[in-house]
Ligand binder design. Structure first.
Ligand code: THU
Length: 135
């Protein structure tokens, strides 16, 4: 696909197959290029107690931190359908914790259609972040 980072795309698609999404049937994968040059991936993990589920982005951020990465340089999300799967509101805030406002965010629908190339600045305008707390 044109303009898509192939390594991130393949990592996100690979991990998407491992998603635990028996309730929604909506399998999502996310892959991060981190400041250490490595790629970290995660999938959504649902739970019979619905609110306890994790989004793919949250899983990928956990993998990044556990693996030694600290900052998100690029994050790609992919899921079913032809509409780009964009991070939910909560995940936009999670990304905010570990990325600059101009971070590359690529959102895909795995079944084709136009990708969305965006940034945190666009997805989460006027946002609250660590610097408000002096961090
Ligand atoms: N989901 C994600 O993992 N990431 C997104 O960007 C959107 C939604 C998951 C949460 C839930 O497991 C399923 O997709 C349906 O909302």
């Amino acid at each position: 696909m044109d303009g898509i980072d192939q390594k991130l795309f393949e990592a996100a698609e690979r991990v998407r197959e491992n998603a635990h999404a028996p309730y929604s049937g909506f399998f999502v994968g996310a892959a991060i290029l981190a400041d250490d040059g490595k790629i970290y991936a995660g999938c959504n993990v649902e739970n019979a107690a619905y609110p306890q589920g994790n989004c793919a982005e949250a899983s990928a951020i956990s993998a990044m931190l556990a693996g030694g990465g600290r900052r998100i340089k690029h994050i790609l999300t992919t899921g079913p359908g032809t509409e780009p799967v964009t991070p939910c509101g909560g995940c936009r805030q999670r990304i905010r914790e570990f990325a600059d406002l101009d971070v590359n965010i690529t959102c895909l629908g795995a079944d084709g259609g136009e990708p969305l190339f965006t940034s945190l600045e666009q997805l989460l305008p006027h946002s609250f972040g660590p610097e408000f707390l002096g961090k």
